[in-house]
Design a binder for this molecule. Structure first.
Ligand code: FE2
Ligand code: FE2
Length: 233
């Protein structure tokens, strides 16, 4: 195994990430060599979350299970529908906010770590430098669509759309409510959730026809939180 030498120099890697991932290259039965690059990304991401780093947020496991593979599935569908590059879009979906597997969202290294981990995984999976730049420097970097920031590439726009649709169409907001509302209190939780809902619906969905498809669900969630909020106020 020529890759084995990589695991030697990994003490200074991203919190042991490189050791963790390269260690699995030599595990008997890990048939990674026959996998296509998208499957490699999926496997490495899963291994990273399953390593259950102690510094991760308490809800990172649930977020991974209920969110990441669904974003990837929407990403695949939208890449086909809107002529994006499937391998780039789906990889970006799997890798967005990948540092959730290692540290909390509030950690100031989160964004930088996400980019660093994503680059390592994409290189391991055999993505070209051009693909890696589109995924990291555009799709991952701008997927939150805060303020005036927006992805510029079609693949980045598709990934942001897939992320927003997943938030709206799954129980994401209701799970977030269970996890954080009591702990943070309504004065913190409600403005956060309302800003996020509107950002998903207005900023992150780049295709009007998709926005029309999730309109009913968006309105249900707006109503749910508005009613709840005013009921307790
Ligand atoms: Fe994000
Ligand atoms: Fe997401």
């Amino acid at each position: 195994m020529t890759r084995d030498h990589k695991s030697v120099s990994l003490g200074s890697g991203i919190l042991g990430l490189k050791y963790l991932l390269t260690r699995d290259r030599v595990r008997p039965g890990a048939q990674v060599t026959n996998m296509n690059k998208l499957h490699k990304v999926e496997q490495l991401v899963r291994e990273l979350y399953e390593s259950k780093d102690l510094a991760r947020d308490s809800w990172a496991d649930a977020l991974y299970a209920m969110h990441v593979p669904i974003v990837a599935e929407y990403g695949k569908q939208f890449a086909e529908r809107f002529d994006g590059n499937r391998d780039r879009v789906v990889a970006a979906c799997f890798l967005h906010d990948i540092a959730d597997s290692k540290v909390s969202r509030g950690d100031k290294r989160h964004e930088e770590m996400s980019a660093e981990i994503a680059r390592f995984i994409l290189e391991e999976a055999g993505y070209s430098e051009q693909d890696i730049q589109i995924i990291i420097d555009d799709a991952l970097r701008f997927h939150s669509c805060r303020g005036e920031e927006r992805p510029l590439t079609l693949d980045g726009k598709i990934m942001a759309t897939a992320d927003a649709v997943t938030h709206l169409e799954t129980d994401f907001y209701l799970v977030a409510e269970n996890a954080f509302r009591e702990e943070r209190g309504d004065s913190v939780f409600m403005p956060w959730i309302k800003e996020k809902l509107d950002r998903d619906y207005y900023n992150k969905i780049f295709f009007d026809e998709v926005r029309a498809e999730v309109k009913e669900r968006y309105e249900f969630l707006k109503h749910h939180f508005a009613v709840d909020y005013f009921a307790v106020d």
